[in-house]
Design a protein. Sequence first.
Length: 177
Amino acid sequence: VVFLASAELYDPATGIFSATGNMTSSWADTATLLANSKVLITRDDLVTPLYVSSADLYDPSTGTFTSAGYLNVNHTGPTATLVANGKVLIAGGDFGDGDGASDFAELYDPATGAFSSTGRMTVGREQDTATLLSDGSVLFTGGHNDLAASAEIYDPLAAAFSGPASMPTARELHTAT
């Protein structure tokens, strides 16, 4: 398996893909459009240092990627959601290489370029979805194994997670809008 560091842009007006700059490292788990038009990309570093998540910022005005540093906790395949205050909530995923679901959550602040912890999920989640709700909270649904029917909500004002009622049908690797 080859993991690429290259990136491409799609132009919907022409229907054409074109090359842009290379990421600082191969692989990407999430890509989140920020209010400043940059894109935050997170990844589990598969090489060095092993099982430490790092991030890049893509600047579309220059077509370049720069390092955004390291997250506080390893997240392989987390969710990343832009919340109303402009920060990115990065939550859950796998601790490493099949080591189990993570309950860690952190925020990326574009104003400071820093990652900070923000509460813990009620349960570890991987292969779930995160959906921004109209009130500014984030709904997490489903996941792998026993969590497939569970759900919880992140309140950005309280920086806390709570669990509403479970879904009637279990879901994993699903979408939610």
